[in-house]
Design a protein around this ligand. Sequence first.
Ligand SMILES: [Fe+2]
Length: 313
Amino acid sequence: MATIAETEQDFSVLPELPADVFTAPLQKPAHVGDDWLEPRQTEYSSGDDAIWDDLFARQMEVLPGRAATAFLHGLEKLDLGKGGVPEFGQMSEELDKLTGWSVVPVPMLIPDHVFFWHLANRRFPAGNFIRTRETFDYIQEPDVFHDVFGHVPMLTDPVFADYMQEYGKAGWKAMRYNHLKALGSLYWYTVEFGLILEQGKDLRAYGAGILSGPTEAIFSVEAESPNRIMLNVDRVMRTDYVISDLQPTYFVIESFEDLFRQTVERDFDRLYRSLGQSFTYANTAVIDVDNVYTRGTQEYLLRGGRCSGAKPV
Ligand SMILES: [Fe+2]
């Protein structure tokens, strides 16, 4: 069976990108190499550290009882609330002892193939900059708070940590099939906006896009508007997504083992061959094959969503 990643691919050095693979033309800053790594993490001011502390405190008011147990344990294990922006080197030492991962600083967005390569080597690229007081509530580009607070705690979970590495290897395969969009959808609905049904009854969020902001942390698990559908990888990879508003649909896993099994054991050669170049399902759709956990009213979206100041109900 041909699984999600090419098992024979060597990721010890950055593989050569095949000539027919398109990647977004990002401008590489002169001071970074082909790995796009910053030589060192930014030095943060006391004002920057205070922004981290305030963001941390705000999240901790809403996350207990809403965030996945693995995430909350990860925050504790890495002591991310000890004050100020965490130091990547020290955090990586702790993380390495737990799951063999590290966190490496990058200058904001990096090309997909480089991002995948770092994941395949159990390195998580994290943005250096932190938002300002003016952009405290909403930023378009992920900053160090989103990347570290949102993503890194889940990397302390051994099964999720393995999933992320497999995802990185899978990226190279998706590029060759020209199906990065479909694989991006899987990332979106799991790593960024995933929900988990703990012990078969407690709905919790594990996605970094949810957990790094207060509104969606509540909306995703409690609001009546969104659909919540049990994860089916084939279905998710055919589903469109929005990046600028709360999600109209979330996909729910039963466990991280379930997520790992569904994705890593799927025959991705067959799946990629069966995919079209555009998404089949709108992000609000509920279809026949769905195992629906809750069917949403979509009231938030029908009232115009974020641009009309609709209440996230
Ligand atoms: Fe993210």
